[in-house]
Write a new protein. Structure first.
Length: 60
């Protein structure tokens, strides 16, 4: 990721549901959420980057 960030790319590294970084309760809430719910976390992160003006939401 540092390679891309060093070259001007925005790098999104979310702590999506089920991650262990925020403790057991957070990890437990991700139980059985693999798939669509975690994808929603990524989508929310991308929406946030667009709203912050960090990325162009019109590019595919």
């Amino acid at each position: 990721m540092q390679f891309l960030a060093n070259r001007g790319y925005v790098v999104l590294q979310p702590e999506y549901r089920g991650s262990g970084s925020y403790g057991k309760l957070f990890a437990d809430r991700g139980e059985g959420q693999w798939g669509r719910e975690m994808q929603d976390d990524l989508d929310d992160g991308m929406d946030w980057l667009v709203k912050q003006g960090k990325v162009n939401g019109n590019r595919t």
